[in-house]
Ligand binder design. Structure first.
Ligand code: NIG
Ligand code: FE
Length: 411
């Protein structure tokens, strides 16, 4: 089945080369064709070009999208969207003066979510996750990574990872699954961290690997959570099961998470609110993708990531949502783009590349999604009538998305 979209105001985010990632000042370049056509066949992009060279033919469908932009769907490489319930009471506690770290130290935060995971059935957890995922797809997300980490016991971690597996089976968008058993030490291991590390290494990892439930292993490397030495051992153990690495690094302190991630050739190190020159130099000598999560910094009211410094240093900066019930209860990428532009001083083009091509790279999906390229999946967004992409981050809070196509079908 062939469908042609014609009179596209601007076909934006074209990429003819399969680069490892988009770096530094190249992030500000976005290839586009104004007054364009796009031809898809079944679930793939077949061809595209300028209306001046319109290929007349017998297509199954011919859709005129005059005035509207077409660009690839967002690739959100960091989420925790499988969680039991929202935590708005902690939001109010923070407004009243408690810090995120104080709430966590008092048994709230991640441990609060972990307490509720045992009370929810797998079916209800799956249904809630479907609702969240569908909301995100309607907002333009066309590939996503989802972490466990609200279980913190063998059974509960498996419960979350099995829900992610079911999402993978039932949704057409590519989904990557990450095992995050090392998200927090459970209360019962408060005085015996070593026993929890052994539980992860000796019981959780083998079980997760035996069922093929994860693509990656993540560790929350942070003061009060997992130390650099813990992270080192956990990542070594994950490598034995061929799980590649991602790390929650340098969110609340300059924790050493970046260096340990680079040492282990992590696919990405994520958060990076607290990084300096040393971390930037370390990343420059690596293939690890620095992934910024400014919506979490926004929601916690902490300092933003030094994106300008990182881009000017020639790093392949990536943006992701961090959708989770504690530090970022939103996976809304258009809003993330607004934040990246207004707070991180990224240009709309830089923010666009960071959450499309580089997001795909941070999930090892750049051969499938992340740009308008021949042969890639027909996962794209059709905006409302707009003169330029800049209007998307500019119009914060407005929904300028008209339609989302996943695998060549309107979602
Ligand atoms: O990425 N920082 C650690 N983990 C999550 C938040 C977890 C939570 O508060 O539920 C994050 O921000
Ligand atoms: Fe996170």
């Amino acid at each position: 089945m062939q469908t042609i979209f014609t009179h596209i105001q601007s076909l934006f985010g074209i990429q003819n080369e399969l680069l490892p990632s988009i770096k530094g000042h190249d992030l500000n370049k976005v290839e586009h064709i104004d007054q364009a056509w796009l031809l898809i066949e079944d679930d793939r992009i077949l061809d595209f070009g300028s209306m001046e060279h319109y290929p007349s033919g017998n297509y199954d469908k011919d859709i005129n999208v005059s005035g509207q932009l077409v660009f690839p769907t967002w690739c959100d490489s960091h989420t925790h969207l499988v969680f039991p319930k929202t935590r708005e009471e902690e939001f109010v506690d923070r407004i009243n003066g408690l810090s995120y770290e104080q709430i966590a130290a008092n048994g709230g935060g991640i441990l609060n979510s972990a307490r509720h995971i045992t009370n929810i059935s797998s079916e209800a957890l799956y249904d809630a996750s479907c609702q969240r995922l569908e909301e995100l797809i309607r907002l333009g997300t066309g590939a996503i990574e989802i972490k466990s980490g609200y279980g913190l016991s063998l059974e509960a971690e498996l419960k979350i990872l099995r829900v992610i597996k079911k999402l993978k089976e039932n949704y057409a968008i590519p989904i990557k699954s990450t095992f995050l058993g090392a998200h927090a030490y459970p209360i019962e291991y408060k005085e015996n961290h070593e026993a929890y590390i052994q539980l992860i290494i000796k019981e959780m990892l083998p079980a997760v690997a035996a069922e093929g439930l994860a693509d990656y292993m993540d560790v929350f490397c942070e003061k009060g959570f997992f130390s650099v030495a813990d992270t080192d051992r956990l990542l070594d153990a994950a490598s034995k099961y061929n799980l590649k690495h991602k790390i929650h690094a340098n969110q609340l302190h300059n924790s050493g998470g970046v260096q340990i991630g680079v040492k282990h050739k992590a696919i990405s190190v994520d958060h990076l609110e607290c990084v300096g020159d040393e971390e930037i130099t370390c990343l420059l000598n690596s293939t690890t993708i620095p992934t910024l999560l400014p919506a979490a910094a926004f929601f916690l009211g902490i300092s933003y990531q030094p994106a300008r410094k990182m881009i000017d240093a020639n790093l392949p900066v990536c943006l992701a949502s961090d959708y989770n019930p504690g530090s970022c209860p939103s996976g809304n990428i258009p809003f993330l783009l607004s934040l990246a532009c207004t707070q991180l001083k990224m240009t709309p083009n830089e923010a666009f590349n960071a959450v499309t091509y580089n997001g795909a790279a941070a999930m090892e999906l750049k051969h499938e999604v992340g740009s308008i390229s021949k042969g890639k999946k027909a996962n794209f967004i059709i905006s409302k009538a707009l003169p330029s992409f800049n209007l998307i981050p500019y119009s914060f809070g407005s929904n300028l998305i008209d339609k989302v196509y996943i695998d060549g079908k309107q979602f």
